[in-house]
Design a protein around this ligand. Structure first.
Ligand SMILES: [Zn+2]
Length: 250
């Protein structure tokens, strides 16, 4: 069903539009009924559509959480205690995106574009591996997720976790499973925010390494992630990453 393939927000919007036009459709389908019956049928149909909206938007989400054995909402919870900000038991620090950019800028200071990309990629790989191995997988286990866990569920939890950390809006629906190949898009990436399209050194190489190491760790596969299109020059501010199996692993 085409509705299910849409994000919940888009499903809701689409169903809402259907609910709006339902009375018109009903009046066309049952033109011979007396006026008050036509009215009743039309708005009865609209009511059914509203119930369908509620089901389409909420039930799959709730069911998905139950199947994962993990409360997605729990990943959103931050706790500030004695000056320490924790996101699900992991100490965090909130910083401006501009500060993060400044840090990356200092790391690649003086390097040409090729060298800068390599440095950022290596950095992202280390960060992704550390996050996935030392933090995310233990976190899933603490939350009750199965060690063997379905790869698709793990990836979805990761997408949700990083999206709610403010990294941008990930779309991993184009990834083929279980091979974990295809494409990932990231809209409004925190590394693209407020950067000039003319900048010859996009910071997205950091995410290339980061996404690659996270996907590899969560899927136990050897993968190659490449940043093939940048949101810095995209009116929709969307970066595109290709994900392929490493040649020596094919
Ligand atoms: Zn980019």
């Amino acid at each position: 069903m085409w509705f299910i393939g849409l994000r919940a927000s888009r499903r809701g919007a689409a169903a809402f539009i259907v609910a709006l036009i339902a009375p018109i459709v009903a009046s066309i389908l049952v033109p011979s009924l007396p006026g008050r019956w036509q009215f009743a049928v039309a708005y009865g149909l609209a009511l059914i559509m509203i119930m369908v909206i509620v089901w389409l938007v909420n039930v799959p989400t709730l069911l998905g959480r139950a199947l994962k054995g993990v409360s997605s909402q729990a990943f959103l919870e931050y706790e500030l205690k004695d000056g320490r900000l924790c996101k699900q038991c992991t100490p965090n620090v909130s910083m401006r995106i501009a500060t993060f950019h400044l840090l990356l800028g200092k790391i690649v200071d003086g390097a040409d574009a090729t060298r800068a990309a390599a440095l950022l990629r290596t950095l992202g790989t280390s960060v992704g591996k550390s996050f996935a191995l030392r933090d995310f997988i233990p976190k899933l286990r603490r939350q009750g997720a199965s060690d063997a866990g379905d790869v698709g569920q793990r990836l979805e939890m990761w997408r949700f976790f990083d999206e709610t950390a403010g990294m941008g809006q990930f779309d991993i629906d184009s990834l083929h499973l279980p091979s974990v190949t295809g494409t990932i898009t990231l809209r409004n990436s925190f590394l693209v925010f407020d950067r000039e399209p003319s900048d010859q050194r996009p910071y997205c190489s950091f995410l290339e390494g980061y996404i690659e190491s996270v996907l590899e760790t969560l899927s136990d596969r050897r993968l190659k992630v490449e940043h093939v299109h940048c949101g810095m020059s995209d009116p929709d501010s969307t970066c595109l990453f290709s994900v392929a199996t490493r040649r020596n692993d094919a």
